[in-house]
Design a protein around this ligand. Structure first.
Ligand code: ASP
Length: 378
């Protein structure tokens, strides 16, 4: 066949190929992928007294999620399970132990996204669900819709078998006290330094990096290494009046090459009832698409939402930027454009990943077949 005939045959073949097959040709690959899970437990001025609890919580989430990936389970199951562990841990601002609204209630938001099937499920402002990420999974799997809020979300979850609990079961005394302090600070006209810490951290400082790019790379850092250990002499500990902001999230790549992302939060401390942050909004605090990347963000939600930062970061990966660089660029953009503070975990379809934050700390963890790593700064 001549070259020109071959070209004509190829283009006829393309023209007759259904669009959905072309899509699958692009998003799946014959070889197996290295199962990878990244989790975060919030980016903020984590005080030294809470460092161990954050590391332990993140490690437990990694273990649960990675066990699923290890037995050839899906990325979606892994991120849901990892986030469920974090929601159940009162250390974090998700599930029980979350921050309180200005009128003293817990209101939870969560989103789950499957980058292989391009399905998503989200809930917001739910008050009677212990694990909103599981409600998000129900929305993803069992609803033609993508997002439910408030009583409608609770009714949907209950209709699909989730127990509804009293909001008081999610409220801790620790959080009542934290709310009282926040209100005193507000009344005194003091700034909220939750994310920035008492001293604003510029983006792109030396703390933004990516721990490990490939499972065969040597272990870069472990819990006890001086590089990742929470340094007791950081300004946040000396001067801070830290308030936790521990939104949780996970991104995963499974052996089949599918990406998924999950984010769950109690939102910001002292928020007005009904406020929804970035965490559960598609493309803001969470996004996954096999054609680009999976991402979960944490931090001050309003600037993240305005920049649609999760989608911004995954689009950059799709355009060829490495996740390591795209993660740093996203946090730099967040700060430079809107003086926002936060953190990001970003995972590409080839298993490369990036983590970055411009808050004084971010609880993070990575699991690959070569082991688990956790840390409080990157
Ligand atoms: N992004 C969350 C929100 O604004 C808070 C957090 O990440 O801690 O609701």
């Amino acid at each position: 066949m001549t070259d020109s005939r071959r070209r004509t045959a190829l283009s006829q073949n393309r023209a007759s190929t259904p669009v959905h097959l072309l899509y699958h040709i692009r998003v799946t690959s014959p070889h197996s992928h290295t199962p990878t899970l990244l989790v975060h437990g919030g980016a903020w001025a984590i005080p030294a007294s809470e460092a161990a609890a954050h590391q332990a919580g993140v490690r437990a989430a990694l273990q649960t999620g990675h066990a699923i990936l290890d037995r050839r389970g899906s990325a979606l199951d892994a991120v849901e399970a990892a986030v469920t562990v974090l929601e159940n841990d009162p250390t974090f601002d998700a599930g029980r132990g979350s921050f309180l609204t200005s009128d003293g209630r817990v209101q939870l938001d969560a989103l789950l996204m499957d980058g292989g099937r391009m399905r998503a499920g989200g809930v917001a402002c739910v008050e009677r669900l212990r694990n909103p990420i599981q409600a998000a999974r129900l929305v993803l799997e069992q609803s033609p819709h993508v997002y439910f809020v408030g009583p409608g979300a609770e009714a949907f979850a209950a209709a699909h078998g989730m127990p509804l609990i009293a909001n008081a079961e999610l409220v801790l005394d620790r959080e009542r006290q934290r709310l009282a302090l926040a209100r005193q600070r507000q009344a005194a006209g003091l700034a909220d330094e939750t994310f920035s810490g008492p001293e604003c951290q510029p983006p792109g400082d030396g703390s933004i990096s990516t721990p490990r790019q490939h499972p065969s790379d040597p272990i870069l850092r472990d819990d006890k290494s001086p590089e990742t250990a929470f340094h007791p002499a950081t300004p946040i500990q000396k001067k801070g009046r830290p308030q936790g902001h521990d939104t949780v999230g996970a991104v995963a790549l499974d052996i089949h090459g599918n990406l998924a992302a999950a984010t769950s939060t109690g939102g910001t401390l002292n928020k007005t009832p009904g406020r929804v942050g970035d965490s559960s909004l598609i493309g803001c605090g969470c996004y996954a698409d096999n054609l680009s990347a999976a991402v979960s963000l944490t931090g001050w939600g309003e600037p993240i939402m305005k920049l649609v930062l999760g989608k911004w970061a995954t689009d950059r990966v799709a355009a060829g930027t490495s996740p390591e660089i795209a993660a740093r660029e996203a946090i730099a953009y967040l700060y430079n454009r809107l003086q926002g503070h936060g953190g990001i975990i970003l995972l590409g379809p080839d298993g490369r990943f990036g983590l970055a934050h411009n808050t004084p700390a971010m609880a993070w963890g990575i699991a690959t077949p070569s082991g688990l790593q956790t840390g409080l700064t990157v």
